[in-house]
Design a protein around this ligand. Structure first.
Ligand code: NAD
Length: 260
């Protein structure tokens, strides 16, 4: 077991990529916190993991809410004594041409992706520093941390921003053995992407099949979606890597859509 008794908070873990990361971490022996806006779904996920022999708890957490983040992390520390791994994964997508975005939509996107990453990091770091064990912070970026696409101005802006945050955390955390890295997946068929397919079809005036083939997977080497398991493998690597040798990096897992 690569994460035996490590305490891992995964935000947005009631669905999609976060859920698979939580499942993988639990299988590897971690005590996993399912932190999500959607509490009933988080509780159901935690119950599934416990039923499968893992250790898990659910926490209600809107990552844009300073108080909820601080209280959620405090509840984890009270229950389990610390935090070793943070996966800042919660995210949403809104697609429009830039001139159609309202300021409220722009702010919402930046709040979930960037304020959420900042607030959860700020809440967890002191516990990682105090434990003497160091820790691993993992941000869920995207190919859109490196590359732009039509219709996604705030998402691309926020995902690029995570790289800057992560590099800073890598420098500040190093003295305490805290590593920080970004995972950059290509398209993964989660609810977040299923919702976008019809929306992009309308915005671009093409069929849903063409959105998949000619937009989402166009630049991959093999026309394949990335899977939640692919992303969870990278999350396991970053969480279990034993030294500061692997920090301040972003790893693209996208069937070659973007090559660094
Ligand atoms: P998803 O919709 O399946 O899951 C997202 C989860 O985040 C949900 O459980 C939702 O309740 C939760 N969430 C949303 N807003 C929240 C908030 N304010 N506070 C706490 N939880 C909140 O989506 P997914 O595809 O699994 O996406 C997870 C992450 O992966 C996101 O950051 C997304 O940008 C990123 N990502 C996804 C893809 C993809 O193709 N699916 C590709 C690259 C990156």
């Amino acid at each position: 077991m690569k994460l035996k008794d490590k305490i891992a908070i995964v935000t947005g873990a009631a669905s999609g990529i976060g859920k698979e990361i939580a499942t993988t971490y639990a299988r590897e022996g971690a005590k996993v916190v399912i932190a999500d806006l959607a509490l009933p779904a988080a509780e159901a996920t935690a119950a599934e993991l416990v039923k499968a022999g893992g250790q898990a708890m659910a926490v209600a957490m809107n990552v844009t809410d300073e108080t909820e983040v601080n209280e959620g992390v405090a509840a984890v520390v009270k229950a389990w004594g610390g935090v070793d791994i943070l996966v800042s994964n919660a995210g949403v997508q809104i697609v429009h041409p830039l001139e159609e975005f309202t300021l409220a939509e722009w702010k919402k996107m930046l709040a979930i992706h960037l304020d959420g990453a900042f607030l959860t990091t700020r809440a967890c770091l002191p516990h990682m520093y105090a434990s003497g064990r160091g820790g691993s912070i993992i941000y869920m970026g995207s190919v859109h941390s490196h590359e732009a696409s039509l219709l996604k101005a705030p998402y691309v802006t926020a995902k690029h921003g995570l790289i800057g945050l992560s590099k800073t955390v890598a420098k500040e955390g190093a003295a305490h053995g805290v590593r920080s890295n970004v995972i950059c997946p290509g398209f993964v068929r989660t609810p977040l992407v299923e919702k976008q397919i019809p929306e992009q079809a309308v915005a671009l005036g093409i069929s849903e099949a063409d959105v998949v083939k000619k937009v989402m997977l166009k630049d991959t080497v093999d026309g394949e979606f990335t899977t939640v398991q692919d992303v969870a493998e990278v999350a396991l690597l970053f969480a279990s890597f034993p030294s500061n040798a692997l920090t301040g990096q972003s790893l693209v897992v996208s069937h070659g859509w973007f090559m660094q």
